[in-house]
Write a protein that binds this ligand. Structure first.
Ligand code: AMP
Length: 113
């Protein structure tokens, strides 16, 4: 199977601005930021979409949320950020390796577009 873009980043085969890494996840800066802080929280396990995750992924999914909180505290985001998961091409997903967008640093309108 062809590697996802994020697998290549995880393997350090292509460069990225990595701001956090542990055994389960990696956090990078989005290359095309839509907010002053725009990070991607990515599991090292390849799960193409959130809707592909199953019971065995429960700990990974929980871990990603905890990493979001940890990063927000480390970066002093003033307890103000938004997490987004685009699930499927029609929802805007372009990289089919699950990731959470963490956005902060500007007013985040509701509803999102
Ligand atoms: P999505 O459209 O939800 O699948 O999000 C994919 C995100 O990956 C987009 O926000 C892109 O800007 C971002 N992206 C694409 N290539 C790279 C890269 N090489 N390094 C960092 N972020 C990237």
């Amino acid at each position: 199977m062809t590697e996802t873009l994020f697998e290549k980043i995880i393997k350090k085969d292509i460069p990225a601005d990595i701001i956090y890494e542990d055994d389960i996840s990696i956090v990078i800066k989005d290359i095309n930021p839509q907010a002053p802080t725009h990070l991607l929280i990515i599991p090292k396990k390849v799960i193409p979409k959130l809707s592909d995750a199953n019971q065995e992924d429960q700990a990974i999914l929980g871990h990603l949320m905890l990493v979001a909180g940890k990063i927000s505290r480390q970066l002093e985001l003033d307890d103000t950020f938004r997490l987004i998961v685009n699930n499927g091409a029609k929802a805007g997903q372009s990289v089919f390796h699950l990731h959470l967008h963490l956005m902060s640093g500007r007013v985040l309108n509701w509803p999102p577009g």
